[in-house]
Ligand binder design. Structure first.
Ligand SMILES: C[S@@+](CC[C@H](N)C(=O)[O-])C[C@H]1O[C@@H](n2cnc3c(N)ncnc32)[C@H](O)[C@@H]1O
Length: 337
């Protein structure tokens, strides 16, 4: 039952608007009507109208995740729940220690307020080991870590617990793909499940893209993704260590080489220079101390060029994304003569 005022039907809509704009309409309930009158639910009495009790249907008031979060953690703590990523239908949360006691509630709220999310995971670690894989724990929803992620019109299957993957590099993948010209041979070292290679092939139909990857699980998904996007013959997934595969198959072959392994790409600049043909372009990703800036990344490139006897021309250096308060990820685009 709700409290309402009774208004003749032809005046109903005008009155509903007035009550709504003055905050008197009780929006938790739907208005109802009979042949002569409309019954408008109200929060308090309205001069010249008698309050009546009516059977009223309750609205499903859908709260947003932000509203629920605010109720769960309190508005003063909202800021410390930093972020979450969505990979397909899986949400990945970073929960600070202060909120660990409320993590299940937060995860449930995310599931309830977002129909596209089916599973919620918590990051248990940073990227670890040679394969750069993260550990997760389950918070809510379906117990799985495999998803289909769509970006730049490319679909990718992947298992977050078995391979590296970051949706945060989407912009960077688009930026590189825009640079690739018709007829190029592109070599993606450290290719993972293929996001850079596939996005490039999507945007530039007349390029041949090779991806080399050490993690057998990632290569299995990479091959599946090549088929999923109908890119057989244009994109080749190669299982192996770049240090072995490049000297065997790619010496002086590539118009463009990508090095998306910021943790240790500098140890492989010699390999990238071996693969890049004269005048080829290399995209080198690395972490540097924020205070040192882009110059620190460029110094690594010049040093590798000197050792390889190749003249280096920097095309562009830019911040890809912040990594921690003191560290940033930088990409240096350069040409090797
Ligand atoms: C940071 S991840 C990037 C993956 C992918 N490019 C992406 O953006 O999703 C680096 C990848 O390099 C692979 N890797 C590490 N060392 C390698 C090597 N020597 N040869 C080939 N791949 C390697 C790891 O297994 C990992 O999948």
């Amino acid at each position: 039952m709700a409290k309402a005022i009774r208004v003749p039907r032809k005046k109903g809509e005008e009155m509903r608007r007035r009550l709504s704009s003055s905050g008197i309409l009780d929006e938790e309930y739907f208005p109802s009507h009979d042949e002569k009158y409309v019954y408008l639910p109200v929060k308090k009495s309205v001069p010249r109208y008698k309050l009546v009790e009516v059977e009223a249907r309750r609205r499903e008031l859908r709260k947003s995740f932000k509203e629920m979060l605010s109720e769960i953690v309190g508005w003063e703590s909202e800021g410390i729940f930093s972020s979450y990523d969505i990979v397909g239908d899986i949400a990945v949360l970073e929960i600070p220690d202060e909120l660990r006691a409320k993590e299940k509630e937060i995860a449930d709220a995310l599931l309830r307020t977002n129909a596209n999310i089916k599973a919620v995971l918590r990051k248990e670690s940073g990227m670890e080991g040679e394969f750069r894989v993260r550990r997760f724990s389950f918070l809510a929803g379906e117990k799985r870590t495999e998803a289909t992620y769509v970006e730049h019109g490319v679909s990718m299957r992947l298992d977050l617990a078995k391979v590296y993957f970051s949706p945060r590099l989407s912009h960077e993948r688009g930026r590189i793909a825009e640079k690739v010209r018709a007829g190029e041979k592109v070599l993606v070292m450290f290719a993972g499940v293929g996001p850079f290679a596939l996005v490039i092939a999507k945007k530039q139909k007349d390029a041949k893209v090779y991806g080399i990857e050490l993690n057998p699980d990632a290569v299995r998904y990479f091959e599946e993704n090549v088929k999923l996007n109908g890119m057989e013959g244009r994109v080749e997934a190669i299982l192996g260590d770049v240090r072995k595969v490049v000297p065997e198959r790619f010496v002086g072959v590539a118009d463009r080489v990508l090095m998306p392994l910021p943790k240790s790409a500098e140890d492989f600049l010699d390999v990238a220079l071996l693969a890049a043909k004269k005048g080829g372009v290399i995209h080198f990703y690395t972490f540097v101390n924020r205070a040192e800036g882009k110059e620190a990344a460029e110094r690594k490139v010049f040093e590798a060029g000197r050792k390889a006897g190749r003249k280096i021309q920097i095309l562009e250096s830019r911040e890809v994304r912040p990594f921690s308060p003191s560290t940033v990820q930088i990409v240096v685009d350069f040409r090797a003569a």
